[in-house]
Design a protein around this ligand. Structure first.
Ligand code: UD1
Length: 360
């Protein structure tokens, strides 16, 4: 509906990817949108480069909260966002995913009786050791409109007793962004820039506290990677958390020379890396989905995933970082697997906007 005011909240890297197309669709449909960046991620390589790559206009407000402990970061976001809400209340606040910025802003809004919507609602890893799982459950429990990416997410919300009228199937919003940028992605020449050969390198990302915050676990993963690096060059854009810990635990010297550490890469380049890799090794959520969409094998260094369709229908496998598994990976033949997944069709933002036109 025209002239309704919507706050779109972003804070951490995966949020920027998810907001890009929805922001444009909302504007094109006549909504008045304020883009609010909490400042959870602030390095250019973790934030600004994503805005540039995805043509997202500069945010209207930046809460500049920066890094801290979970409680401090969440609290700072709540306090700063509450100030904005008190000055000017929107008709709806839209949040994405499962990061601290998601739960913090929804809490501030709900307490002031501002309506809220959660994009990527209903995903569950059933592992409360992950901060993201706590953020997901808490966010969904107080949100007015729950936009689910898949049928399994709808089922999870039903089991938790959510009112059917609040729950909508919307689809996978990351795929909207990927499909919209396919041509630009294809134009990138990473082979020359990084001196690698397509299909003959491994793309690695790793930043989960459960993998990188404990010295023994991190050393074990490095041993696993070193075995893979005996056959394949590993391209490793390193997250600031992982970089700090590798140095803190004095593990840099253990890394094989065939593991090329680079700065975090912008969106289009990272998708190109995933697309052309022999395989991907990750602990990210979104990369499990992007690998499936692009047909690239994905090995996820986690004990569970909140995105089960990437395993049941896609290219994803959960693995433990053992020498045996590393040897198995490098014995595999190169192969692509393409699959079509329901609601991964580039129309998720449109579906969300259509629902909002009805309900607001
Ligand atoms: C956050 C999300 C995680 C998401 C990830 C994507 C939560 C609880 N976690 O994890 O779900 O997968 O983002 O990257 O919200 N740092 C910088 N520069 C930055 C940002 C962070 O140096 O721009 C460093 C800081 O030392 C900080 C650490 O990285 O303490 C972790 O950042 P934080 O935002 O707390 O969590 P992430 O690990 O990035």
């Amino acid at each position: 509906m025209q002239n309704k005011k919507i706050d779109l909240i972003v804070g951490a890297r995966p949020n920027f990817v998810k907001c890009a197309i929805l922001y444009k669709e909302l504007k094109n449909s006549g909504f008045s949108v304020r883009l609010i960046h909490t400042g959870q991620h602030y390095d250019k390589s973790m934030s600004g480069s994503f805005f540039e790559d995805l043509n997202i206009p500069k945010e209207d407000y930046n809460l500049n909260v920066g890094s801290s402990t979970h409680a401090k970061q969440t609290a700072k976001i709540m306090i700063e966002y509450e100030k904005l809400l008190l000055e000017n209340k929107p008709d709806l606040v839209i949040v994405f995913g499962d990061v601290n910025s998601t739960i913090a802003t929804v809490l501030s809004a709900a307490k002031l009786h501002v309506k809220t919507a959660h994009v990527e609602a209903g995903l569950r890893s059933f592992d409360k050791n992950m901060p993201e799982e706590i953020n997901r459950i808490a966010t969904d429990s107080i949100t007015d409109y729950l936009f689910c990416p898949s049928e399994d997410a709808i089922e999870n919300l039903k089991k938790e007793g959510h009112d059917n009228e609040k729950v909508f199937i919307a689809g996978n919003i990351m795929i909207d962004t990927l499909m919209a940028h396919q041509k630009e992605i294809d134009n990138y020449n990473i082979e020359e820039e990084f001196n690698i050969e397509n299909n003959k390198y491994v793309f690695l990302t790793m930043h989960r506290p459960s993998n990188v915050d404990n010295k023994e676990k991190l050393k074990n993963i490095i041993d696993f990677l070193n075995t893979i690096a005996e056959k394949y060059t590993i391209i490793f854009p390193i997250h600031p958390r992982t970089e700090k810990n590798i140095h803190k635990f004095q593990l840099a010297e253990y890394l094989s020379k065939n593991i090329k550490i680079i700065k975090p890469v912008p969106y289009l380049k990272s998708i190109k890396f995933i697309k052309e890799a022999f395989c991907v090794i990750t602990d990210s959520g979104g990369i499990q989905e992007e690998s499936t969409f692009l047909g690239t094998r994905c090995y996820t260094l986690r004990e569970n995933t909140e995105r089960p369709v990437t395993i049941s229908q896609g290219t994803n496998q959960l693995i433990k970082p053992t020498k045996e598994n590393a040897e198995k990976i490098i014995r595999e033949d190169y192969k692509r697997f393409y699959t079509e997944i329901k609601y991964w069709d580039g129309k998720t933002s449109q579906r969300i906007v259509n629902i909002l036109k009805e309900v607001l």
